[in-house]
Design a protein around this ligand. Sequence first.
Ligand SMILES: Nc1ncnc2c1ncn2[C@@H]1O[C@H](COP(=O)(O)OP(=O)(O)OP(=O)(O)O)[C@@H](O)[C@H]1O
Ligand SMILES: [Mg+2]
Length: 268
Amino acid sequence: MKKEVAKRVQRIDTKVDKMRMRRKDTNTLKVKENVFDDATLKILYTVSNKGILNAIGGSISTGKEANVFLGEGKDGDIAVKIYRISSSTFRSMEEYILGDPRFRNVRHAKKDIIFAWTKKEHRNLTRAKEAGVRVPEPVHAERNVLMMEFLGEEGKAYPLLKDVNLDPEDAKLIFDTVIRYVELLYVKANLVHGDLSEYNIIVNPRTMEPIFIDMGQSVTLEHPKAREFLMRDIENILRFFKRYGIKEQAEDIYSSMKEIKQKTNKLS
Ligand SMILES: Nc1ncnc2c1ncn2[C@@H]1O[C@H](COP(=O)(O)OP(=O)(O)OP(=O)(O)O)[C@@H](O)[C@H]1O
Ligand SMILES: [Mg+2]
């Protein structure tokens, strides 16, 4: 048993080492920041010991705050989203803050915020799923590492909505589903995505099914800006689908959702 675990860790280690090597090659490499700092490596060991992640593979994406990798889970491919603890902006901040006794705990605080954020994304995905919204199935959150269903085939991620060629019929179908999901989130899950756009919707190219991703910033309706975020989400969607001849008004969509919400509340 121990041996097996060691083997798994070794596989993760080898992959990490490869990543490190590739880090030198800034052109091919997408991992610019220290994703695999010691703390994160430890987390990868932990989830490896728990049997959740067997190996970590190639980079799927490098974002502002997180990197997404293909991973090998218990039952096949999973997506591994790693929030970077040390971002470059934070490092320069450290220079000013470290050594100042008032901020003795700031590094700790920053970490805690990232961990809370990761957990929140996991929880938001669960909540969205329970409301009937198609999202990547959350697998596990550990510190700054979120593991979830990999949306893709044979190691290749499905495209984002922004990169899919749509005929007007598919566009209308996807649009209707996206609006239905926004409504389900709002009415059933009490959630607003908060960063919804063609960049955070994945499309299964075979079924043309839209899938919402990136829900770390999603807020509950108690949030003071929930309404503002909801309007912005709807407007982003309308802006994207305008090119396919869809010309609805954000206000109308919002009013209709609000009405349904009020009716649902009265019933319960
Ligand atoms: N479950 C998944 N399956 C396949 N690909 C995914 C999955 N989740 C994310 N991706 C890919 O990784 C990219 C980045 O993911 P995501 O949008 O969640 O983070 P992000 O935009 O980098 O976050 P931030 O900008 O806050 O750093 C997506 O655009 C998508 O291409
Ligand atoms: Mg994103």
